[in-house]
Design a protein around this ligand. Structure first.
Ligand SMILES: Cc1cc2nc3c(=O)[nH]c(=O)nc-3n(C[C@H](O)[C@H](O)[C@H](O)COP(=O)(O)OP(=O)(O)OC[C@H]3O[C@@H](n4cnc5c(N)ncnc54)[C@H](O)[C@@H]3O)c2cc1C
Length: 404
């Protein structure tokens, strides 16, 4: 049996998503500036209402909280369809299919989920996830300096975070802070922080990416009730890292979606554009670029689908998740670069979405863990068995008296 058999139901959902992207999202995007971070509010509301009426909103979230209860594989297949438009890279389907909610909230209590996650799903409001600090993002176990000091039934939060997407427009977010400075990585806890908390500030700043504007966030004596801590004291980092792995497959599928959209457009363009009396499509130099993009796209899809299926079977997918993240973000960069080149000057105009995809794709090799950190995860796994054998050999040699 083909292990990538896609059910008729899933095909139907993908088709519905595709229709909404083509009939509603792409026309709405054409009504705003090519650099606009989001759709016009009335378009967002109208399309997300339609999405909800079709049962397509928040498909990846649990059914009992108003989501669609889709698995990782299903979401990866659907996300490939959701991102095929100008604003596709930052927030699948412009957020009309659901806005991002920090995964750690699902490890919270029922009361936390009802108070924070459920209204965010119902109202489509922004939330944020704050782990990165000015001192570093790749290595949060060492870099987190934000302090959460316990005082009775509250924690007092002091410190700052950087690159926090949506914090200026969110109602709440999940913040990682050091509650026990002596306990290393086991001294970090996760807190739900409301943006109206006195002492909380979020200051947006511009980056190469147009949408999902990042912020510098500061906490000055912010009082957070103990009931807003997610999980146990010191459990924060393990919650954050465990939740991230599965999510990397649909996230990687958003990289794939934009690569697919750019590639399709470029194949068509090569068949229309003539230089020196010949179609670009008839030049071997162009054919090879298109063939390389096709290879990048198909390899990315196989990595994502294989890992996502294993995630649904509860296999250990941490290394496969890193592979999907690295490969999809780097393949996206290569594909978009070729597409821009084949479009010539039109590739860098705001008339086509390529220019925006080209800029936004660059962030994908840094955010959600830089490529080097994911390669480190892959290499560690690859070398672990050999290293353990080497150590065992060294130990047994040390225990055996040397032959003379
Ligand atoms: C637009 C944007 C939005 C973001 N949104 C969020 C958000 O919402 N919430 C959030 O918490 N964070 C967010 N981030 C932060 C992002 O996750 C971090 O930028 C990322 O984790 C890298 O951290 P850093 O920038 O501090 O780089 P550093 O950790 O300082 O690393 C710098 C570079 O060093 C190299 N490097 C690091 N470690 C190794 C290693 N072990 N071996 C070899 N090379 C290495 C890599 O090339 C890396 O790019 C966002 C970032 C951007 C750019």
């Amino acid at each position: 049996m083909n292990s990538f058999m896609i059910s008729d139901e899933l095909k139907m959902v993908v088709e519905q998503v595709r229709r909404i992207i083509e009939d509603d999202v792409i026309p709405a995007e054409s009504r705003v500036d090519p650099d606009a971070p989001e759709l016009a509010e009335e378009d967002y509301q109208r399309i997300s209402k339609k999405v909800r009426s079709l049962g397509l909103y928040a498909l990846e979230l649990p059914r009992k909280y108003g989501g669609g209860g889709m698995g990782t594989f299903e979401m990866s297949v659907i996300a490939e369809a959701m991102g095929q438009h100008r604003m596709g890279l930052y927030n699948i389907g412009c957020g009309v299919f659901g806005r991002h909610i920090p995964e750690s909230i699902w490890s919270g209590t029922e009361e936390q989920i009802q108070q924070y996650a459920v209204p965010a799903i119902q109202q489509g409001t922004h939330t944020f996830f704050a782990i990165t600090e000015p001192g570093g993002g790749s290595d949060p176990a060492n870099a987190i300096q934000t302090r959460a000091e316990r005082k009775g039934d509250r924690y007092i939060l002091n410190g700052s975070k950087i690159f926090i997407s949506h914090a200026h427009e969110a109602e709440w977010g999940v913040v990682y802070a050091r509650s026990n400075p002596e306990a290393g990585r086991k001294g970090i806890s996760a807190f739900i922080v409301e943006t109206k908390t006195p002492g909380f500030t979020a200051k947006p700043f511009k980056v190469i990416r147009t949408a999902a504007i990042p912020n510098v966030v500061t906490f000055e004596d912010c009082e957070i009730p103990v009931k807003n801590r997610i999980g146990e004291d010191g459990q924060g980092l393990s919650l954050a890292l465990n939740m991230l792995s599965r999510k990397r497959f649909p996230y990687s599928a958003t990289n794939l979606s934009v690569a697919v959209a750019a590639h399709k457009r470029t194949v068509e363009y090569a068949n229309q554009r003539k230089t020196f009396g010949e179609y670009l499509a008839d030049r071997q130099a162009i054919q090879w670029m298109l063939a390389d993009s096709e290879l990048d796209i198909r390899t990315t899809r196989l990595l994502i689908w294989d890992g996502a299926m294993r995630a649904d079977r509860d296999e250990d997918i941490r290394v496969l998740a890193s592979m999907a993240k690295v490969y999809s973000s780097e393949a996206l960069g290569r594909v978009i670069d070729r597409c821009v080149q084949i479009h010539g000057g039109y590739g860098v105009t705001k008339e086509f979405p390529l220019e925006r995809w080209y800029r936004e794709a660059r962030v994908r090799r840094i955010g959600e863990g830089p490529s080097e950190v994911h390669r480190m995860v892959i290499a560690r796994d690859l070398l672990r068995a050999g290293r353990d054998q080497r150590k065992a050999r060294e130990r047994s040699q040390a225990a055996t008296p040397a032959a003379r």
